[in-house]
Every structure is written in C-alpha cells, then in structure tokens.
Design a protein around this ligand. Structure first.
Ligand code: NAP
Length: 293
C-alpha cells in the first residue's frame, strides 16, 4: 500500500450478512496489529447495482480501504473493477477488493485460505490412529457441491496437482465447473471431472480418494440439518474429510467420518485464513491464524 491510512475503514458487502463472523476476525486482527480502524457490515441486497457501484466508488475515493464481498455479489462486482488477481480471474469470483496504485483490484482469498487450512488436516494425526496411508498415485479429491466455494476449492487443489471429481445434485452444474477449469487451463483438463451425486455413481471412486470436501450447505445449523453424504454409501476408507461449514463446528458428516476413523476438519480455519490474507492485502500486515485461538 502506498499510503497508510491513520484509521482503516474496512467492511463486507453482501446479503444477508448480519450473522457474518468477519467483523469479529478483523476486529481481532486490528487489535493484534495495533492498527486503528473499523470493519463494518454493508448489506447490499441483490438487484441494486447502483448501491454496489456506490460502495466501490467509496473505495476508489479512499473513504473505504478494503472490502470483502460475499453472496450474491462475488461475480457481479467483476465488471466494476479495474483489474483482477490471477486467482480471482481463474476462479471467476472476487471476495476481496482493494485500491492499488489508483486501480480497483479484485482478489479471491478463499482458494488460498482453504489450501493453507487443508495442510493442518493433512498433517493431523488422530489420537490413537495412524494417519491413513494415501492411495498410490496423484492425490484424488471428491468435492460435493459445485457453487462458489467448490470453485475455489477445486482451483486450489488443481493448482497443487490434485485430481478432482465434482459431484452436484444438478449434474450440469458439476459439468460446468469442470469445463470451466478444463477450458481455462488445458493442463488441468485431464485432472478434473464431474459425477452424478448418487451412491451408485460415487462408489467406484471411494478407494482412491485422499480427500472428501463438503462444499454444500447441508449440515449447517439453521439451513439444512443432516449429512450431504448419500445414505447407505460407506465413507471413503482412506480419505481425510474437510467440511467447509463452520456453524456448527462439528457437523453430522464430521461425526460420521470420525466414527469411521477418518481425520476431519470444519471450515472455521479456512474462514480465518481467507480473512487474514485479505487483511494482509489491505494493511500489509501478516498474522498467523494461531493468534485467533
Ligand atoms: P453456493 O454457491 O450456494 O453453492 C452451494 C452448492 O451446494 C451448490 O452446488 C448447491 O446446489 C448445493 N446444494 C445446496 N443445497 C443442497 C442440498 N440440499 N443437497 C445437495 N446439494 C445442495 O454456496 P457456497 O458459497 O459455495 O457455499 C457452500 C458452503 O460452503 C456453505 O455452507 C458455506 O457456508 C460454506 N463456505 C465456507 C467458507 C469458509 O471459509 N469456511 C467459505 C465459503 C463457503 P444447487 O445450486 O442445486 O442449490
């Protein structure tokens, strides 16, 4: 950042956002770094393009120093920006906006946030269990869901040489995600595929999986209780399980996976990691996620 403000004005645009945990994380980050500032919620309902454009103009004017973007604006902000990071361009979604050299810039910190936190899961050893031996060959992941978060997760895994299968209840959505990366980077094409979200279609994949990611909202406290895993299908025997949901901290899927002796992790670590990467973009200050513990 060329110019360091005396007081950082940061915030989140999206809708609905009243339950967001971002203010808590960024307030803690400001306190930890000794920087003065606020992180405010700016609810912008869908279908109000002028309200969205006004918020971005406040960043351009230097009145706001950084914005996070969440549903439903992660794609809608793109035409209003001057430039995109390589990651945001590849994923096709923006969750962090800053002003760099007078240019409104969009980043996506979800992919890196997921990847950082995934390392905690992959090196974790469950008490009393040996870490499961990964199946031979390139590591393989199955992602359930094909929305915005699944896109970021798939990108992170593909960039790190994983092989990825995406399963979604609307098969065409899974196909569209796989095609997006296959077309964006032909070197990734052979490593991403789509599957129907059915026990009979997924069963053959299971022995080869090193990772299962839930990127659906199934298991969220208020939204959809239950497990996203198809009933009657055994869990993949050698996979670690990453559930992007952070509320509740232990989901139905995580409980079932633990009972099956698998390593599990919920989405809180990713949430903190993606926030701290955004905080660094805005302030130049890097914090380890451990400071939140
Ligand atoms: P999204 O764009 O709405 O995508 C959700 C995906 O899940 C879609 O493929 C959707 O299919 C599918 N889905 C929804 N309900 C389903 C059901 N009952 N059964 C099967 N599939 C279902 O949402 P998102 O932004 O990707 O978020 C997905 C989850 O990740 C949410 O729980 C969110 O809280 C979490 N998340 C966590 C973090 C973190 O930092 N930990 C970051 C981002 C997201 P349809 O399109 O057919 O509904």
């Amino acid at each position: 950042m060329a110019h360091k403000p005396q007081k950082y004005e940061l915030g989140l645009i999206g809708y609905p956002i009243h339950a967001s945990l971002s203010p808590k994380i960024h307030k803690a980050a400001l306190e930890e770094t000794g920087l003065a500032g606020h992180y405010r919620l700016y609810p912008v309902p869908p279908g109000e393009p002028h309200a969205l454009a006004d918020m971005l103009e406040r960043v351009r004017a230097g009145e706001i120093h950084g914005l996070n973007v969440t549903i439903p604006h992660k794609q809608a902000v793109i035409p209003l920006l001057d430039e995109l990071s390589e990651t945001a361009a590849a994923i096709g979604a923006v969750n962090t906006i800053s002003l760099k050299n007078g240019q409104l810039r969009g980043d996506n910190t979800d992919a890196q946030g997921f990847w950082h936190d995934l390392q905690n899961l992959l090196r974790e050893d469950k008490m009393g269990h040996k870490p499961s031996q990964p199946p031979p060959g390139p590591p393989q992941a199955l992602i359930l869901g094909a929305g915005g978060a699944a896109r970021a997760v798939a990108y992170a895994l593909l960039q790190n040489q994983w092989t990825v299968t995406v399963a979604a209840r609307r098969f065409e959505q899974a196909q569209s995600l796989a095609n997006h990366y296959a077309c964006h980077n032909t070197r990734q094409a052979p490593r991403i595929s789509s599957s129907k979200y059915q026990a009979s279609q997924l069963a053959d994949l299971l022995p080869a999986l090193s990772l299962l990611v839930n990127a659906t909202p199934v298991g969220m406290k208020a939204h959809a209780p239950g497990s996203p895993w198809p009933e009657g299908l055994p869990l993949p025997p050698m996979a670690a399980v990453y559930d992007l949901i952070y509320n509740p901290p232990r989901t139905h899927l995580m409980r079932d996976a633990e009972l099956a002796g698998l390593r599990v992790r919920g989405g809180m670590g990713m949430l903190v990691e993606q926030a701290l990467i955004a905080f660094e973009i805005w302030t130049g200050r890097k914090l380890p996620s451990s400071f939140m513990v």
